[in-house]
Design a protein around this ligand. Structure first.
Ligand code: HEM
Length: 195
């Protein structure tokens, strides 16, 4: 959706829109609260050990956890950890490529490029697993993934898995990095003015 225009964009936008209506969002509050409570319990354990808390990484973890649970019905299990680690490799590399002086450097077989390609493959495998689990499940949740798959099912073809994978990755990246950064800045500001 992020990278399309015209009728193709409109079709994808229509498919995803119901996942973001008020009733649907209200239905996510309890899941958001659960994920936040789990994070606060983790912070209590850090505090008991007198350990520092990394605000940015905690915000990223919370936002990704909520995005995975609410949009795709996945909890912070092994799959989520793989996505979390992979995005930590891909996003800094993406930023580096955007600011690179010569685009050629992006394609040289350097270790960072290899690590980035490996991370993309890891995400692809997890996303394919999530979609396969959904297709095999008897009790299908009423989440964003269901809406994306329902829209795709009417025109299922050889490229469907790739299109779904692209949509899932777009929502994961667009939905978690933005909110995590906003949250990290809010916490930082609150820490500087505790009252
Ligand atoms: C503080 C949080 C967020 C900020 C600051 C933010 C910012 C933006 C901005 C500026 C755009 C427009 C980009 C453009 O015109 O090219 C956009 C589009 C988009 N955002 Fe967000 N976003 C946030 C949260 C989210 C969340 C939580 C999701 C998903 C759950 C999401 C998914 C998307 C998608 C799919 C688009 C493309 C929409 C379209 O093309 O119709 N964003 N966002």
């Amino acid at each position: 959706m992020f990278t399309t225009n015209g009728p193709k964009w409109a079709e994808q936008r229509r498919a995803a829109q119901p996942a973001f209506n008020g009733n649907h969002l209200r239905g996510m509050f309890e899941t958001m609260r659960e994920a936040t409570d789990e994070m606060l319990a983790r912070w209590d354990a850090y505090a008991a050990d007198d350990r520092e808390i990394g605000l940015t990484s905690e915000a990223m973890r919370l936002a990704l956890d909520i995005a995975l649970r609410t949009m795709f019905g996945v909890r912070m299990t092994g799959q989520a950890k793989i996505i979390y680690d992979a995005l930590n490799v891909i996003l800094p590399e993406l930023e580096r490529r955007v600011w690179a002086i010569t685009p050629l450097a992006n394609w040289l077989p350097r270790s960072k490029v290899r690590a980035c390609n490996g991370a993309i493959e890891a995400i692809d495998r997890v996303v394919a697993d999530i979609i396969r689990q959904w297709l095999e499940a008897e009790d299908r949740p009423d989440d964003l993934l269901s809406m994306l798959i329902a829209a795709e099912e009417t025109q299922w073809g050889p490229h469907s898995m790739k299109r779904l994978r692209d949509q899932v990755v777009i929502f994961l990246v667009a939905g978690h990095e933005t909110t995590a950064t906003t949250l990290a800045w809010s916490w930082y500001t609150a820490c500087r003015s505790p009252r």
